[in-house]
Design a protein around this ligand. Structure first.
Ligand SMILES: *Cc1c(COP(=O)(O)O)cnc(C)c1O
Length: 381
């Protein structure tokens, strides 16, 4: 591995394996073929860094990208250029219609008022404007009611003003394959879809990709699975994409009766060797892991003692030989010994939240084809 240029040493290291990301995309694309496979890269590619992740997906053949907001579409377009379609899942904010159209972004029109504002701009510009249309089939989050969408299908001026590139819906329970609501949503969507025979259809997020091919439509929209997280109960054979290590700042031995951390929530019952690590909730390491989670070193579990602080946490290293760990060494938080799903379970949350909370203080090392590109903490990617 050759480092491209020296960067300041960091206190924590986030490694992003772009080869694994590309392999996951490939495996999802094979699963949904002959449907096309897009990629959801909202929230900075789930915290990984969209400027690196999206071009890697593009190189793997992805040509349809989904973000949540206009500002994300702008960053994405800078990263991948004009060769792919960019859908904005939350639609177009009032006043942003012209910016959106100018950049050729594709807003997902979710309500009749969004539809109306997009049509108004189309009339002003005197040309049809491309967009996607979302149907609410039971999640009650975003999208037109089925009846409203069907009415649009019969509206000739709508067809002149809006060039529909995609008809989509979103599944509320795709991560629970046995839920009957999945097939109910699909049936409702297909009934609306029949009114738009020439428009490509999209149903599946990562969980939907793992359901039967009935859910794959013409274009799949996986997010979390790309980043190595199984969306449902089954092992989907995805490769982990990120690793996280953080440095030991200080090591000490405490006597029985000594407290550790805010609130002194841990009190040693016997002499104990402890290490304070440079990782805290400001780095996205949830405070709910206080007294619950662990770091790892060479396969040995190092339980978190007491509360997680903003910038540090303390672990028990009594199980390690004394020479095994020194100040400045890195211990593992995500890697072979501990997966994102392990951490999410311990923290009482989901892997999505851990990923998107990781923050900007980590040194980021993107690895692709054996080449590592390193960005210092806080440096724009
Ligand atoms: C976030 C999102 C996705 C991707 O979901 P994953 O569960 O991460 O695969 C797909 N579609 C919509 C509408 C979304 O909001």
């Amino acid at each position: 591995m050759n480092e491209q240029r020296p960067v300041p040493a960091g206190s924590s290291r986030l490694t992003i394996d772009l080869d694994a990301l590309r392999a996951n995309y490939r495996s999802l694309a094979v699963r949904v073929a002959p449907a096309r496979c897009g990629a959801v890269v909202k929230a900075n590619a789930y915290g990984l860094g969209v400027a690196q992740a999206a071009p890697a997906l593009y190189r793997e053949g992805c040509r349809s990208f989904f973000v949540a907001q206009f500002c994300e579409a702008t960053a994405l377009a800078r990263a991948i250029g004009a060769g792919a379609e960019i859908f904005i899942l939350n639609g177009v904010d009032p006043g942003n219609e012209a910016f959106c159209a100018e950049q050729n972004f594709l807003p997902v029109l979710n309500s009749l008022s969004q539809v109306e504002r997009w049509r108004a701009l189309a009339r002003t510009l005197g040309r049809a404007l491309p967009a996607a249309l979302q149907i609410d089939t039971g999640m009650s989050r975003l999208g037109l009611p089925q009846s409203a969408a069907m009415a649009l299908a019969g509206d000739a001026s709508f067809a002149r003003e809006v060039e529909l590139r995609l008809l989509l819906t979103h599944l509320a329970c795709a991560d629970e394959p046995e839920r009957p609501e999945n097939s109910a949503q699909l049936a409702a969507f297909n009934a609306v879809g029949a009114c738009f025979p020439s428009v490509p259809k999209s149903v599946a997020n990562s969980g939907g990709v793992m359901l039967s091919s009935d859910y794959h439509g013409d274009l799949a929209r996986p997010g979390v699975a790309l980043y190595g997280v199984d969306p449902g109960p089954a092992d989907a054979g995805l490769r982990p994409v990120i690793g996280l290590g953080a440095r030991v700042i200080q090591i000490r031995t405490i006597a029985a009766g000594t407290g550790v951390g805010y609130g002194l929530k841990h009190v040693a019952t016997a002499a104990q060797r402890v290490a304070t690590i440079s990782l805290g909730y400001a780095d996205g390491w949830p405070r709910s892991l206080s007294g619950v989670g662990a770091a790892w070193h060479r396969g040995v579990r190092l339980p978190i003692l007491g509360r997680v602080s903003m910038d540090s946490l303390t672990v028990d290293i009594s199980a390690l030989p004394e020479a095994a760990l020194a100040e400045g060494d890195f211990v593992e938080f995500l890697g072979p010994s501990q997966s994102l799903s392990d951490v999410a379970r311990d923290a009482g949350t989901i892997a999505y939240e851990i990923l998107t909370s990781l923050g900007t203080r980590h040194t980021r090392i993107f690895v692709e084809n054996g080449v590592a590109q390193t960005f210092a903490a806080g440096e724009p990617l």
